[in-house]
Design a protein. Structure first.
Length: 285
């Protein structure tokens, strides 16, 4: 037996060729405990025994508005392109985030679209003085490369604009070799750590920068895919829809006024012609 340090949601752990292998809860897929477990298998494990599944950006960046659900995973651990909940289905990206509207079971998802850019935006608690930018950048770079085993070349930027910290992870499918961790899995582990629900076995993230514990008020993750998402008007925010409706109503009202005005003008012209005809008849008489 062995302990899976990088995933506590496993069973049946054993050592094979010096490596700890365990079965992921919910799927039974064997995972290598020397590296990160895929996000799909982690979500599957978290949903097992649970009754409910709820829990200036680039133009095509979008949030995960659906949260946790019970996913269908390939044997390799990656998400299936099409996910369903009963008779409702949708397409996801490699991060398992919905990128289309929800449809019926006839929906076709031809390919699993790759998420190439993940933006993690954190807001730290109120403080009088700003954090040291260099210390902050060093902390997050080292944490991501050491704790989550991501090659440093995939960390494109760590930006600090008090009180916001933004981390950009970029990884094209052509860049990533088969043995490397995926940025979607890294972001999931990281988000869980920041929110105090670590996936690691008894190894919480020490959020200390310059000997000061850092507290976060909010963490939001945005996803940018190789191909833009396919959301319709139904997915627009209520505020934007209200603006669109107001504009449409205004246009319709304008057309009605224009038609009514033209009709009134037409009557005036006809009346004028009628009066002229009567005058002509009078003269002829």
């Amino acid at each position: 037996a062995c302990v899976c340090e990088k995933n506590k949601r496993v069973t049946n752990c054993r050592v094979a060729n010096g490596v700890c292998w365990c079965d992921s809860v919910g799927s039974g897929v064997s995972v290598n405990c020397d590296t990160l477990t895929s996000k799909c298998l982690l979500m599957k494990a978290e949903m097992t025994g649970s009754k409910s599944g709820r829990r200036e950006k680039p133009k095509d960046a979008f949030e995960d508005t659906d949260g946790l659900y019970d996913p269908e995973c390939e044997n390799t651990g990656v998400f299936k392109a099409k996910q369903c909940n009963g008779t409702t289905c949708w397409c996801v990206n490699t991060a398992g985030v919905r990128r289309t509207d929800k449809h019926d079971a006839d929906l076709k998802c031809n390919q699993l679209v790759r998420t190439i850019w993940i933006i993690i935006e954190m807001k730290h608690a109120e403080r009088n003085t700003p954090l040291n930018s260099e210390s902050l950048k060093k902390f997050f770079t080292e944490t991501i490369t050491n704790r989550y085993m991501l090659d440093g070349r995939y960390i494109s930027r760590v930006l600090y604009e008090k009180p916001y910290i933004t981390i950009d992870l970029k990884q094209n499918s052509s860049d990533k070799s088969s043995g490397e961790v995926d940025i979607a899995d890294v972001a999931y582990y990281f988000e869980k750590d920041v929110k105090g629900d670590s996936i690691f076995h008894g190894n919480k993230l020490n959020m200390s920068i310059d000997n000061e514990m850092l507290r976060f008020e909010k963490t939001v993750v945005y996803y940018v895919d190789e191909i833009a998402p396919e959301f319709s008007m139904k997915s627009l925010t209520p505020g934007l829809i209200a603006v669109i409706v107001v504009v449409i109503v205004a246009i319709v009202a304008g057309i009605v006024v224009l038609v009514f005005t033209r009709r009134r003008k037409g009557k005036y012209v006809k009346a004028e012609v009628k009066e002229m005809n009567e005058m002509h008849r009078g003269l002829n008489a």
